[in-house]
Design a protein around this ligand. Structure first.
Ligand code: ITT
Length: 199
């Protein structure tokens, strides 16, 4: 089925993660869309019961579209570490615990890697645009790279301070937003969303 075009009006950004919601707003900025975040509307956070990024993104987008009667864009993302068999993957947020302590989550990655010399990792992002009638289109992007310890940089969010994309020598947390948006998993998924739904 062809993707449904978004031709304007209000769009819910169905994320309660401030760093992620900020990046999605930055990516949406050139499109002159009236963006409302799930946080502003106090929308409940649905339980992420899916076993894939796309399943969780769809579940979050559908819940917000149903609750508001407006199209909703959700993002499910995470970092997969090769030497940890893809962990934390879809559980990336959960490794930070209820207090969302990403210093602890990054320390856990370092501890679990131990002396393993394989530092390969990738970020993955699934974006789903859902409509109140149940229609939903999804797109996935990724960026490959390697992990460094100790963490470096203060920009970005989540695991950004330990991730260096292939071809670079600074972490995502040392990049400006435009630098990260030029290559990130979120920007790659967003590019596909734009091509299918916004143009
Ligand atoms: P919502 O579901 O409300 O959007 P969340 O934080 O629970 O917020 P996810 O379940 O998709 O979202 O978890 C993704 C986690 O992966 C997120 O908390 C970050 O720690 C990490 N992550 C995703 N994209 C990232 C990025 O660009 N930079 C750093 N960490 C990222």
């Amino acid at each position: 089925m062809a993707a449904r075009r978004f031709t304007g009006g209000k769009l819910i950004v169905a994320s309660h993660n401030a760093g992620k919601a900020r990046e999605i707003r930055e990516l949406l900025a050139p499109f002159n869309i009236d963006v409302i975040s799930a946080g502003e509307l106090n929308l409940p956070e649905p339980e992420e019961t899916g076993t894939t990024y796309i399943a969780n993104a769809e579940l979050k987008a559908r819940a917000a579209a149903t609750a508001t009667g407006l199209p909703a864009l959700a993002d499910d993302s995470g970092m997969s570490v090769d030497a940890l068999n893809g962990a934390p993957g879809i559980y990336s947020a959960r490794w930070a615990g209820p207090s969302k302590d990403f210093a602890a989550a990054m320390a856990r990655v370092e501890t679990e890697l131990g002396e393993n010399p394989n530092r390969r990792a990738r970020f993955v992002c699934a974006l789903s645009l859902a409509w109140p009638d149940g229609h939903c289109d999804s797109f996935e992007g990724d960026v490959k790279g390697r992990l460094v310890f100790p963490a470096r940089g203060t920009k970005g969010f989540g695991y950004d301070p330990i991730f260096i994309a292939d071809g670079y020598d600074v972490t995502f947390a040392e990049m400006t937003p435009p630098e990260k948006h030029a290559i990130s998993h979120r920007a790659q998924a967003f590019e596909q969303l734009v091509r299918a739904c916004f143009q």
